[in-house]
Design a protein around this ligand. Structure first.
Ligand code: M6R
Length: 614
């Protein structure tokens, strides 16, 4: 993962780079560093363990002038989070400084070879190996920097996006990438490279995306040359940097996560805007219009995703099968890519990703594409790698999600999947008019019903205080609510560090029921739906073993409310849309427990917003 950025131009590099790192912190935040070349041609490197704000504090009183610089915010892969392992890494000769996002898989063998040649290493990182190899290859010939990079990168196995300073050319900035994203912002005689467009927005009007195995050489005079590893010149479309990439703020909320939970009524309205027409009683996704023949001819849908997006995919599978009567399966992208899957050209693969940068999901897309499947992306980050690698798709349009724990992206993904299933089902004639019209009406009413659910915030905050003692939690649901239970458990785990398991409620008696005692909180999704009576029995089974039941029930419920320890009431909706409403109290519960435990809700330990390594 990690976020990288680099600057070359007429302005002071440091503030631009630090600001860029703040934008990229969603990619990792265990350490950060910056390298700057000042007007005397001296290289200064500063690194800190911790977040970008720690690096910024460490820069006070230091020599930070310079018009060329590179910077990095890290999510550790090789070597613990520490100042030594933080980037930039500088080669032994002091000639090269590098920042890197990705993993060099053959770093160990390269390191051994370099050690034999006398190179000493300060860190445990694969990145230091890369910069030392660049140094070694450069020392063996008079080749220019690009030729050196071509030779070195050809030897590298793995993924990289790099920004490189060569002190022999202090008026140039070098960048290259393979499998990790890299955007090049082009201003007036200045360049900003970055892992995504956010550090570029506000600094440059134009942007281009470097292709795989390409090297960019940027000069202070504003010239830019791009070649691939075989030295063929490469050209890319230069795009305008979108004007509306505004800064995201907490708007008075204590955390981005809470803000994003509360944003859901409006983010889902945005998600459905121009797509759900309540008056005309239609759902229309432009991607379905444009690729109708291909989508209607699909013999199977395979949904690939990770984490929360995978949970949305489990709901999408049920919707596609229920409404479109087309077989569908949902697979972890990380498993799919190495499972030698049977993929036919008649398959449609749906890739779901909030960030659009998840390495495993991107690799699954590339694999499916190579086998001839049609690829449909459901992403949030506009212009990110997955939408660019798919045949078509629908953005969820919920706005930037900053909190590491995904909230509004989940409900946006489920909403797009519902719209997709409905649109295809309508075209295929596998849905009757009444169900179709009812779904549209209900979808349109979800934002208002969510506002009602959000009113439970204060009571959930009080409830949370009672559960900070818990070491474990169980989350149960059935049918469409089972993935919602998985999602609730994931939320709690990732931000409060409490172990939590999501289970299909009826599976309890096949093992996990042994865990139930008076200490065990069990969150059970028990809204009015076809399996309500069955869920009621499951609640009784837990109460018979003295488990502490927190039930999410439909307004007016009595049967479960009578036996559960605590109930959270939510408005009724159609069963397949239940996860949209149910997920809100689950998000709030996880949030408030984490806050009570004093955890860093928006940036939980060991995690990053965007998982760009496999
Ligand atoms: O950006 P993506 O949707 O592809 O990310 C997938 C997962 O990494 C992500 O959902 C992760 O599980 C979240 N932290 C969950 O809250």
């Amino acid at each position: 993962m990690c976020g990288i950025t680099g600057y070359l131009g007429g302005r002071e590099a440091c503030p631009i780079l630090i600001d860029g790192l703040r934008q990229l912190e969603y990619r990792g935040y265990d350490s950060a560093g910056i390298a700057l070349v000042n007007e005397c041609g001296e290289l200064h490197v500063y690194k800190e363990k911790g977040k970008v704000q720690d690096l910024e504090a460490g820069l006070a009183g230091k020599n930070i002038s310079g018009h060329l610089g590179i910077a990095h915010t890290r999510w550790a892969t090789h070597g613990e989070p520490s100042a030594v392992n933080a980037h930039p890494h500088v080669s032994s000769s002091g000639r090269f400084a590098i920042v890197h996002n990705g993993i060099i898989e053959n770093y160990a063998v390269i390191r051994r070879n370099l050690e034999k040649k006398g190179y000493a290493f300060k860190s445990s990182t694969d990145t230091e190996v890369l910069v030392q190899l660049i140094d070694y290859v450069a020392s063996c010939s008079d080749s220019d920097t690009v030729a050196v990079l071509q030779e070195v990168l050809d030897e590298i196995v793995g993924a990289y996006a790099i920004a490189l300073i060569d002190m022999k050319y202090p008026d140039r900035l070098f960048a290259a990438r393979k499998s990790s994203p890299l955007a090049v912002g082009i201003g007036d005689d200045e360049f900003i490279v970055a892992s995504d467009i956010s550090p570029i927005a506000g600094n440059a009007d134009k942007v281009m995306y470097l292709g795989d195995e390409e090297i960019a050489e940027m000069h202070r005079d504003g010239s830019l040359h791009i070649v691939n590893l075989s030295n063929a010149e490469c050209r890319h479309e230069i795009l305008a940097v979108p004007k509306n990439l505004g800064r995201t703020r907490k708007d008075g909320f204590d955390h981005f996560m809470l803000k994003e939970i509360f944003e859901q009524p409006s983010s889902l309205t945005d998600c459905m805007r121009g797509r759900v027409d309540v008056v005309g009683k239609t759902v229309t996704l432009s991607a379905v219009r444009e690729h109708k023949d291909r989508l209607l001819a699909a013999e199977r849908f395979i949904i690939v995703a990770c984490g929360t997006s995978w949970h949305a995919g489990l709901i999408g599978k049920q919707m596609i099968e229920n409404f479109c009567r087309i077989p569908a399966e949902t697979v972890y992208a990380s498993e799919f890519r190495y499972s030698n899957p049977v993929i036919r050209s008649s398959d449609v693969v749906i890739a779901i990703s909030q960030s659009g940068e998840t390495a495993d999901t991107l690799a699954a897309v590339e694999l499916a594409r190579s086998k001839g499947a049609f690829i449909y992306g459901i992403c949030n980050a506009v212009g990110s790698s997955i939408p660019r690698a798919t045949d078509t798709g629908s953005y969820i349009h919920v706005g930037p999600e900053i909190g590491v724990a995904s909230t509004k992206a989940f409900t946006g993904q489920v909403t797009v999947l519902a719209m997709l299933a409905l649109d295809i089902a309508r075209e295929k004639n596998t849905i009757d008019d009444r169900t179709y019209a009812g779904m549209i009406e209900e979808l349109a009413s979800i934002p208002e019903k969510m506002r009602v659910v959000l009113r439970t915030n204060d009571s959930i905050a009080s409830l949370a205080k009672m559960f900070t003692y818990a070491k474990n939690f169980i989350y149960l649901g059935r049918g469409y609510s089972y993935p919602a239970a998985l999602e609730g458990a994931l939320k709690l785990k990732e931000i409060s560090y409490i172990h939590a398991e999501g289970y299909p409620a009826a599976e309890m008696k096949h093992g996990p029921i042994a865990l139930i005692d008076e200490e065990m909180p069990v969150v059970i999704i028990a809204t009015h739906n076809a399996l309500y009576e069955k869920i009621l029995s499951n609640v009784q089974e837990i109460k018979a073993r003295k488990g502490r039941v927190i039930a999410i029930v439909s307004e007016g419920d009595t049967a479960i409310s009578d036996i559960a320890d605590t109930v959270i009431e939510i408005p009724e909706t159609i069963e397949c849309l239940d996860p949209l409403l149910v997920s809100v109290p689950l998000q709030l519960l996880a949030y408030h427990i984490a806050v009570c435990k004093g955890k860093d809700v928006d940036r939980p330990r060991n995690l990053a917003k965007s998982v760009t390594v496999e």
